[in-house]
Design a protein. Sequence first.
Length: 245
Amino acid sequence: MEIFSVATKENGLQKIDGRVKLISTIALLLAIVSMIEPYIPLILFLINLSLLIAIGVPIRKLLYPLYVSVVIFIVLAFTTPGKSVGVFTVTREGLKLAFLVMVKVLACTSTLLLLIATTPIHEMITALCWIRLPKVVVDLTVLMMRYVDTLAEELQTLTYALKMKNAFSKFVSWKKKVYNMGIASGALIIKSIDRASRVYMAMVLRGYGSSGMIKPERIELKNSLMMLISVAFGMALIFLDRVIA
């Protein structure tokens, strides 16, 4: 899949058990969210960024969370009450909060991307079953991961078709462009419903629902120790953040 195993170079992270990486990621995410100072999340983001570049993940995959974090920064900087900075309506409190939230978003998204880039989809599903996630949630996750690229290709095809008909030409008003995009979105929804019905019928014919959850292998002792170390590391980061504050 395009969104999974996007690392182009073999690395040691790919050899770690998927369950260990999942638990470590959850522990790190909880630690990042709990922090009240931006220093550690910023360091974690830079470390993750270095690892992602080292294993060959395309930089363009990091642009989307960057866009979101910049928007959050601007909104919080101008809307948080406090003492204004200069002639602008930006406040000191807003800048501090905006920077904290921005680095948290970047740290969390880079951590998740590192997990996705180094974990094959079958290991991810096994790890989700191992933490006793409900079967319906696992099934939905598998289907979403399987068909997200397919839906993206369908949307791209519809967009190309509209462009061939000059639906987004510079001579077309913005209202008409929005209307044409609405047509494409509606067509995509109809195609999605039709594909979902056909996929479900095919799954039922192949015995879907008659078997239980995936039963992962028993986890090794060294992997259990790695999980405990990762959880302890997350707690240590929270303690260090409180010391810095």
